[in-house]
Design a protein around this ligand. Structure first.
Ligand SMILES: *Cc1c(COP(=O)(O)O)cnc(C)c1O
Length: 424
């Protein structure tokens, strides 16, 4: 089936007389007739639901749909995008391990890696996403367990060359993990270019209506853990905390997601509420229509912004002059990778703030990538503790505005931007 059909019907095919929509199994637990049956579930001898922290039908059906959309073999939902990226790493790395990571990633992920995971003993080396293969290779160490990046970086909009990164990861015997939040599987499927594991903040386009915070991890099933058993004992060797099973031996291509469920979810417990999983699934049903409209409107507005005298610069990989033109053509379905762009107003920080305060239709919110168009000024909001010099070093000019194009009529959005520019 094509991706538009999978957005609607993927993961769930009700039988005669069953609910058309995925039901919300808002329950903590599930009842069994015998002690033995329940014991078999605990031993993973049989599959079945027993406690929602480990699995729940609403969560599983929604995860299955996202796995299908990405072309993966298994997926797990998490309570946030942050939890998804934390678990994606923690499922492979112990204290003393190391990760090579693109330097252009979401601020929350950067902090999780650079501060919190470092405190737990996992070390990171950050490399420019535009670095040469030699430079990226130089960052690897014997204890490196994965390579991490974002398909479209938030907020810088940098496009990562997935094939290049996948090749380097595989040469070093480790998987490539990519956060695919901004394009969603409708516009980019990283597994097609050699990526092994994908993460999402479903909070953004997948939900699309600002109704829940959530995340997802999808495994392609392609990485051969057993071939690198020395690097990934947690997946290959017997897990004493789980009755001595080897995940790879018992679950084959599902090993990574099963370990994530039975080990990390059991112990760290970052599951979404079944109601939130239901909202994610409803969002997925229209994702293919919405994300294409977001991308198309963003391209229209980016092109228009470029013609405006008061606009200093526009950064959007969909623009004809973008240095990522070739990569966009190769990796994305359509000319425009998402609905988010950045730009600056002539006159710097002050002018950008005046512009944002003058907007009427486009809201100032921390969020991004949903139905309502919005703006954020990183220098005043997410990165307000930095000086102008530090901002420059972090690749965030003080005048940078992040603009997320929603599903309104682009003409109305242009009219709003026009009247706000006039006030600068
Ligand atoms: C928002 C975001 C996250 C974090 O997701 P939350 O649901 O807010 O925890 C991770 N990665 C990217 C690319 C994001 O945009």
């Amino acid at each position: 089936m094509k991706i538009d059909t999978l957005c609607v019907q993927g993961g769930y095919s009700p039988k005669c007389g069953e609910p058309r929509q995925v039901p919300i199994y808002q329950t903590t637990t599930f009842k069994y007739d015998t002690t033995e049956h329940m014991a078999d579930l605990f031993d993973l001898k049989e599959s079945g639901y027993f406690y929602t922290r480990l699995s729940n039908p609403t969560n599983d059906l929604t995860a299955k749909k996202i796995a299908t959309l990405e072309g993966g073999v298994a997926a797990i939902l998490t309570s946030s995008g942050q939890a998804a990226n934390f678990f994606a790493i923690a499922n492979l790395c112990n204290s003393g391990d190391h990760v090579v990571c693109s330097a252009q990633i979401y601020g929350g992920t950067f902090n999780l890696f650079n501060v919190s995971l470092r405190k737990l003993g996992i070390d990171f080396t950050f490399v420019s996403p535009d670095a040469s293969e030699k430079e990226i290779q130089a960052a690897f160490r014997p204890n490196t367990k994965c390579l991490f990046g974002e398909t479209v970086a938030n907020p810088s909009g940098v496009i990562l060359d997935i094939e290049k990164f996948a090749n380097i990861a595989h040469l070093n015997g480790v998987p490539l993990i990519m956060d695919n939040t901004f394009p969603t599987p409708v516009l980019c499927r990283p597994f097609q270019f050699g990526c092994d594991i994908v993460t999402h903040a479903t909070t953004k386009y997948i939900d699309g209506h600002s109704t829940q915070v959530g995340g997802c991890i999808v495994d392609s099933g392609n990485f051969d853990w057993a071939a690198h058993a020395d690097k990934f004992p947690g997946l290959v060797e017997p897990d004493e905390s789980y009755h001595g099973i080897s995940y790879v031996e018992k679950f084959g291509k599902q090993a990574y997601i099963v370990k994530c469920t039975t080990h990390l979810m059991r112990d760290f417990g970052s599951i979404p509420s079944p109601f939130n999983a239901f909202l994610v699934n409803v969002g997925l049903e229209s994702l293919h229509i919405r994300i294409r409209r977001h991308a198309e409107s963003a391209l229209k507005i980016a092109k228009w912004l470029k013609t405006q005298k008061k606009v200093a610069w526009v950064n959007f990989a969909g623009l004809p002059g973008s240095k990522y033109r070739k990569l966009v053509k190769k990796q994305f379905d359509g000319p425009s990778p998402c609905g988010v762009m950045t730009f600056g107003i002539k006159g710097g920080r002050k002018a950008s703030i005046k512009f944002m305060d003058s907007l009427k239709l486009i809201g100032i919110v921390t969020h991004v990538a949903d139905a309502w168009s919005c703006v954020l000024h990183p220098a005043s909001h997410t990165h307000r503790q930095l000086t102008d010099a530090q901002l420059k070093a972090a690749g965030i000019p003080p005048d940078l505005i992040r603009l997320s194009i929603g599903l309104e009529d682009p003409e109305d959005l242009i009219a709003d931007i026009k009247q706000a520019l006039a006030k600068v």
